[in-house]
Design a protein around this ligand. Structure first.
Ligand SMILES: Nc1ncnc2c1ncn2[C@@H]1O[C@H](COP(=O)(O)OP(=O)(O)OP(=O)(O)O)[C@@H](O)[C@H]1O
Ligand SMILES: [Mg+2]
Length: 410
């Protein structure tokens, strides 16, 4: 007899190097039980953006099938992550009169609509509009102003936009793979759900998801999003540098990086010469581990310099009281956390999904930060009552609009 599942939630992390699918069953307001995991190499994306629809559809289909077989059920809809350098974000402000001297849900909707009514770059669409805080009559910042008395309501909102075509392409790939997109979520928001603790989010923390194609950054403070940015530099560039510097094939450079790569310097007596496949093929030559370490160190330095510049330029350091959490596959490079600590002068830790259900030995890996975080995001969204957080009716309207563009596209 076929198993009966209740409240299925599925996430699809459409990454530059892999597509991973998690099928879960909701067990309480805050917890899920993982039923199926599927993974397939991704070769239709570049820097987080779909560049080959047919290949991406095939990869999604494969990963979905694998997860479905393991779960013993089939899925029809999923939460999907999005990234890429087409993503932009900014903070905006709005104010409205409080109509009946006490803040009602309609006042909150009105102020969020006003705050969002700003010119957006041609070809971009709002992906998320996340309230940071509200003020009534210019007084203290509050997360939920519902029921407060006053005459004027203000809101500061973090708006995240993405290129219409990139969003359409991603949604189209999922739909062609037979999956309806339930919601599309900025990847670092999902990764943050997967790896940050509530205390870190409250005190102020940065999260950097170093993937294959992009490194996605976000800052949380007082449990609200403060800042987001996508850097077009991640693990694939480390591998390419290694391939060029060591005159090796990309495939072997990737293997070498994962097995022997590290960032920094080692004592000469610990250094070792190892074989690597030459780029011309059919031959191998010897390279030293330290030689690879220098090359990887240079790239990591560049990544953290970009981050450091951004933190300085936008005066973000004071918001990162609890430091930085690095996650994504790139964070597995040995020594990358120590370099980040030295360069940024703040505590740095590696973020692994805090999985309290089965399969923790598989999912407790930074490459699953986005996929597992998408499930947590879905739970949080389900739980949100009224509108004290963002993803209420307003975000739903935005998403419904996006769906209609995709429908037009077919
Ligand atoms: N043990 C390891 N040591 C070093 N790097 C690693 C290791 N394991 C994975 N990586 C790197 O992590 C990257 C892939 O990470 P991840 O799976 O998070 O990316 P993605 O989600 O596919 O890409 P993106 O998020 O950029 O679209 C690759 O560049 C890979 O080389
Ligand atoms: Mg990723």
């Amino acid at each position: 007899m076929a198993k009966v599942f209740h409240s299925l939630i599925t996430s699809i992390d459409v990454g530059t190097t892999k597509i991973s699918v998690l099928i879960a069953q909701k067990t309480s307001d805050d917890t899920v039980e993982i039923l199926g995991i599927g993974k397939s190499p991704s070769d239709g994306l570049d820097k987080g953006v779909v560049v080959d629809v047919a290949r991406t559809v095939q990869s999604i289909k494969r990963a979905v099938k694998e997860a479905e077989l393991m779960a013993g059920c089939s899925i029809s809809e999923a939460y999907v992550g999005i990234s890429g350098s087409h993503i932009h974000s900014f903070n905006t402000h709005g104010a409205v009169p409080i109509k009946r001297s006490q803040v009602l849900p309609s006042d909150i909707q009105a102020v969020l609509t006003v705050a969002q009514a700003v010119p957006i770059e041609e070809g971009q669409k709002v992906l998320h509009a996340l309230p940071q805080y509200f003020m009534v009559d210019g007084k203290d910042r509050v997360v939920n102003p519902l029921g407060l008395h006053g005459v004027r309501l203000e809101a500061v909102v973090h708006v995240i936009t993405g290129a219409v075509f990139s969003i359409q392409n991603l949604m189209k790939c999922c739909e062609l793979a037979g999956v309806t997109v339930k919601d599309i979520v900025l990847e670092q928001l999902a990764s943050a759900e997967g790896v940050l603790s509530p205390d870190e989010r409250a005190l102020g923390v940065g999260v950097l998801d170093i993937g294959g194609g992009t490194s996605d950054f976000a800052i949380y403070q007082q449990s609200s999003i403060r800042y987001t940015k996508v850097f077009p530099l991640a693990g694939n560039y480390f591998t390419k540098d290694l391939a060029v510097g060591l005159r090796a094939t990309l495939h072997d450079a990737e293997r070498f990086k994962r097995e022997h790569g590290f960032v920094g310097y080692m004592q000469q007596e610990h250094d070792e010469e190892l074989e690597i496949e030459s780029v011309q093929g059919n031959s191998v030559h010897k390279v030293s581990k330290q030689q690879a370490g220098y090359i990887l160190h240079a790239r990591a330095l560049e990544l953290f310099m970009l981050l450091q510049d951004d933190i300085k330029r936008s005066s973000l350091a004071s918001m990162m009281t609890a430091g930085l959490v690095i996650t994504g596959g790139g964070s597995l490079l040995v020594g990358i956390d120590d370099l980040a600590k030295k360069m940024l002068g703040m505590p740095v830790r590696i973020g692994r999904p805090r999985v309290d259900c089965g399969f923790s030995e598989i999912l407790n890996n930074p490459t699953h930060a986005t996929g597992y975080g998408l499930l947590k995001y879905a739970l949080r969204k389900d739980k949100q009552v009224g509108m004290n957080q963002m993803e209420g009716p307003m975000a739903q309207r935005v998403f419904t609009k996006m769906r209609s563009w995709v429908d037009k596209f077919f």
